[in-house]
Design a protein around this ligand. Sequence first.
Ligand SMILES: *[C@@H]1O[C@H](CO)[C@@H](O)[C@H](O)[C@H]1NC(C)=O
Ligand SMILES: *[C@@H]1O[C@H](CO)[C@@H](O)[C@H](O)[C@H]1NC(C)=O
Ligand SMILES: *[C@@H]1O[C@H](CO)[C@@H](O)[C@H](O)[C@H]1NC(C)=O
Ligand SMILES: *[C@@H]1O[C@H](CO)[C@@H](O)[C@H](O)[C@H]1NC(C)=O
Ligand SMILES: *[C@@H]1O[C@H](CO)[C@@H](O)[C@H](O)[C@H]1NC(C)=O
Ligand SMILES: *[C@@H]1O[C@H](CO)[C@@H](O)[C@H](O)[C@H]1NC(C)=O
Ligand SMILES: *[C@@H]1O[C@H](CO)[C@@H](O)[C@H](O)[C@H]1NC(C)=O
Ligand SMILES: *[C@@H]1O[C@H](CO)[C@@H](O)[C@H](O)[C@H]1NC(C)=O
Ligand SMILES: *[C@@H]1O[C@H](CO)[C@@H](O)[C@H](O)[C@H]1NC(C)=O
Ligand SMILES: *[C@@H]1O[C@H](CO)[C@@H](O)[C@H](O)[C@H]1NC(C)=O
Ligand SMILES: *[C@@H]1O[C@H](CO)[C@@H](O)[C@H](O)[C@H]1NC(C)=O
Length: 607
Amino acid sequence: MSGLFPPAFSFLSCTLTTLLLHACFGVQATTIVSFDEQPPTSATQNVVRDNFIGISYELASYDTLWGKTASTVPAAVQNYMSNLNARMSNPLRIRVGGNAMDGSTYVPNKTDEMLILIDPEAYFNDIPVEFGPILFDVMNMMADKAGEMEFVIGLSMRDPQNDTNVVTLAKDAHDKLGNRLDALLLGNEPDLYAGHGNRQDYNISVYIPEIGQVLDDLKKQGILEKPLIGGPTICCGWDLADVIEAGLDRYDYKYYTLQHYPNHACAGLNERNTNVSSYASHSNLNDYIGWNDRGINLAVTDNVPVILTEYNSVSCGGSNISDLFVMSLWGIDAGLKAISRNFSAVYLHTREYGIQYNLFDPPTDPSLNDSSQSPGWKTGSTYYAALFLSEVGSPSGSVVIDLNLNNSIDNPSSLVAGYGIYSANPTYGFTRDKLVFLNYADGSNPTYPNNGSGYFFSTTESTQTFKIPENTATKVSYRILTAESLFSTTNTSAGGSTDAIKWAGQWIGDLGNLRGQRETHLMECNKGCDIVVPSPGAAIVILTDDDSFYMGNSTVVSSLEDSSSSLDTTIVDSAGLGNGAMGSLQLSVVKLYPLWLGVALVLMMTA
Ligand SMILES: *[C@@H]1O[C@H](CO)[C@@H](O)[C@H](O)[C@H]1NC(C)=O
Ligand SMILES: *[C@@H]1O[C@H](CO)[C@@H](O)[C@H](O)[C@H]1NC(C)=O
Ligand SMILES: *[C@@H]1O[C@H](CO)[C@@H](O)[C@H](O)[C@H]1NC(C)=O
Ligand SMILES: *[C@@H]1O[C@H](CO)[C@@H](O)[C@H](O)[C@H]1NC(C)=O
Ligand SMILES: *[C@@H]1O[C@H](CO)[C@@H](O)[C@H](O)[C@H]1NC(C)=O
Ligand SMILES: *[C@@H]1O[C@H](CO)[C@@H](O)[C@H](O)[C@H]1NC(C)=O
Ligand SMILES: *[C@@H]1O[C@H](CO)[C@@H](O)[C@H](O)[C@H]1NC(C)=O
Ligand SMILES: *[C@@H]1O[C@H](CO)[C@@H](O)[C@H](O)[C@H]1NC(C)=O
Ligand SMILES: *[C@@H]1O[C@H](CO)[C@@H](O)[C@H](O)[C@H]1NC(C)=O
Ligand SMILES: *[C@@H]1O[C@H](CO)[C@@H](O)[C@H](O)[C@H]1NC(C)=O
Ligand SMILES: *[C@@H]1O[C@H](CO)[C@@H](O)[C@H](O)[C@H]1NC(C)=O
């Protein structure tokens, strides 16, 4: 029940003991926001499109999510993809690849189904398949139904001496996906080939000329008239700068690609991959996102965009914290941090049924029962990160900077973080467009020991007031992402509820459909204003009339759960200046019904 009335919610969560200790009067910590009128010059080279958030899929499980044939594309995934796509003006970015693709074989005459698993004994992080051109039919069908898409496909570099199969795959992808083919990624994590036993005596100096060889073979097919190749898609062993300097820059690459996770669970659970606090600490993103800074900045100087083609909380399938609300916040924070550090796009990764970091799962284990056509899909906390990020960008392009609120870039005890988003308008240049605020404080859950479960945050500071100074905006509109606690989960078998996480008052239903009334707050900000972000939570604040929140209905296929009640609620807040904890008393809630909504909103936004 949080979200609608955040300060009241925090108040209710205070126990008598904390009241007596005056802790509840400290719940509204205040952070002053400083957002310069112009971005620093060093940031202006990385203008990103509003589709900077993409989704990455592992090939081996792709048919269980997108359907085995073009006529059986699951309604739920149409809705999941449409929700994201509708919120951006550019096509949704989709990647299909992973270890699975690298070890798989393309069978051009396989015309009955998309793919089959060929090794029942395969290691679960590297599942080889045989797949055919139905893959492209399914991708095209999804883009027809859920909105235009930009596809990125993986090509193996494990056996470049024998690249016939790779070249055939590339040619078919090029011919069948047409303009929807954004890039072909040459080699998946080649820095692990030697360690995984795929190649012997393998290193960067062996890799670079092999790339040249495969590129020559691809050119002979006439499919590289325009830049289409991305790589090196390294994760862990090699350094991007080393690869560029060893000669990658002599090839015509469209993107340089990296993939990275902050921790892994390849050898099971440990203190690091189960530490909620480490994911709730903005300062930990420096090391996570900055591990290849030198290479990334070299690329920016060379005008080659760098994309993070895979990210999520814990590699090798996640851990027991991967589906908690903290990962909605972390996914947002890591994504925006990457953009602020010169990445052009980031792809949240999702895999086969039951992987704990997944964005969504079909109702039942597909290896036992294909339920992909049925309702009952489960939505993970990371999907909410994608949904939130799909509303952050500006259609004309954005520059994202880390605002360093409360010194959060380096201060491990900061409970808040914030980003400033400038729109890059061809006529006006850079203008302040949006703010994103994150509140990691978890004051609503005093039952969690502050020294157990790797969880240490003070429960006395929770709801955060972000003070937007005078002369930043005349009025603002904002939407809130929140859950009761960092530990909230939509996994019902773990005691969560399906509406445990809410973005703008809505949650994802059983068919990938958004449910509930969408809430958008409006506030005067002439003399500055206070944005109250519940604990824990995040907000997107729009500062200008030139931009607006998505207002449509992104459901493609309705679920039985969908009612025809009004979609939107608008909440008009007072600017709340200087009210501190009592600001909530001055909130006035105005409910507007659909017929009136358009008119009323226009009046408010232009008044
Ligand atoms: C595809 O072609 C191969 C080799 O020509 C053949 O062995 C195989 O049976 C064919 N598969 C199908 C599904 O037609
Ligand atoms: C080349 O690769 C194909 C499968 O892609 C395989 O069937 C064939 O045996 C390989 N040839 C050599 C010489 O390794
Ligand atoms: C890379 O591997 C090749 C072949 O094993 C070897 O000759 C070369 O010395 C290695 N280069 C480096 C920099 O280790
Ligand atoms: C958990 O992460 C926090 C924040 O990064 C850190 O201070 C703490 O030492 C970590 N705990 C363990 C057990 O690693
Ligand atoms: C982004 O790249 C540019 C060009 O190399 C550099 O000047 C700038 O400092 C980089 N930004 C960050 C945050 O590293
Ligand atoms: C498969 O799953 C669907 C949807 O959950 C269910 O209706 C159906 O009964 C299941 N079939 C079997 C054989 O378990
Ligand atoms: C801000 O930083 C101070 C000093 O590290 C810390 O004590 C406080 O909890 C932080 N407040 C917020 C809202 O992050
Ligand atoms: C906190 O740590 C202390 C010392 O290790 C321990 O005695 C106490 O039980 C812990 N408290 C909680 C609430 O876990
Ligand atoms: C995750 O597992 C670790 C290790 O078993 C355990 O200590 C921790 O309490 C678990 N965390 C959650 C949120 O379930
Ligand atoms: C959901 O919770 C159950 C029970 O704690 C757990 O076994 C399962 O792995 C969780 N599923 C996911 C996808 O996290
Ligand atoms: C959104 O669209 C779906 C599919 O057309 C429809 O079933 C649903 O009622 C609509 N929701 C609202 C609130 O209009």
